[in-house]
Ligand binder design. Sequence first.
Ligand code: 6PG
Length: 269
Amino acid sequence: MTDAFAAQPEGNEPYAFEEAALPALRLPGRVHVSANKYDAYDALMADLLIHAAQCVRQFGDFHLALSGGSTPMPFYEQLMTDPRARGFPWARTHLWMVDERCVPFDHEKSNWRQIGEILVEASDIPKNQVHPMQAYLPDADTRYEQELREALGWRERGHDRLDFVLLGMGDEGHTASLFPHSVAQDAKDRLVVFNRGSTVVPPDRLTMTYELLNASRFIAPLVLGANKAAMLARIAKKADDFHEIPILGISPLAGELKWFIDQDASAST
Ligand code: 6PG
C-alpha cells in the first residue's frame, strides 16, 4: 500500500483510502500521481481532511486558501457531497482566495462566483470566516492584506500563516495570478498585490504573493490533464527560472509542497 492513509476527521468514523503507486515526475517537492482525475481528487481530499483536523486540534481553526480556474471545481463539488468529507470542520475554517479577477462577484469570470456558490452556500461556514477578494475595489490589495493580518494575528507567532493552499497551473506555468514576467512576481514585503500587463490573461488580477504563499504550512498544486503535460515535463528538467515559469517560485520556507497530478499530465516524460 503506497501513499495510503486512514484519516479520522472529528466526529466521524475513520475511513481508509488506498491507491496504487504510479511513477512520479521529478518535480520540486513531493509528487502524487494518480491514474485519473477522480483518484487525484480523492488523494487531495484525504490530505485536506487530515490537515484540517490537525490544525483545528492544534490551533482551534483552519486557514484554507483556494484557487479558481476550471480544474478544482469538481473537487470542490466533491468536498460538499462525498460522505467521507462530512466531518470537514467548516465551522472552524477560514476560507481565503488565492487570486481573483478584477470584476464584480456576479461577473462570469469571477472566481468567487463559482467557489462561493459551491462551498459557502452548502456548508455551515460562518459568514465572518469567509474572505472573498473584492478585487473590483481600487484598494482591494491593502484591504485583503489587512484582513489576513487580523485573522491570522490571533495565532501564536510562527503559526500565523495559511494552513493549506490549493494551487492550479496554467499551460504556460502560471500559478495563482502570478503570470510569466509580470510585476507581481517581484513584489516585496507584500501579501497581496494587483497584477496586470501583457502576459496577464485579462481581466486584471489580484493575487497572493510568493511571500505569503511560500510561508504556508502545506501547498497543493492540483494539475490535471494532457494539456499540462508539456509544462510539467519542462519543470522536471529544471532549466528555467521562476520569471519564465511562475510556479517554480513556489517553494515553501518551512512547509510542505505536494503536487497532485494525474497520469495524463505526467505523460510526456
Ligand atoms: C485562476 C487561477 C489560476 C488557475 C490556472 C489553471 O483564477 O484562474 O487561480 O492560477 O489555477 O489558470 O486554470 P485551469 O484549472 O482552468 O487550467
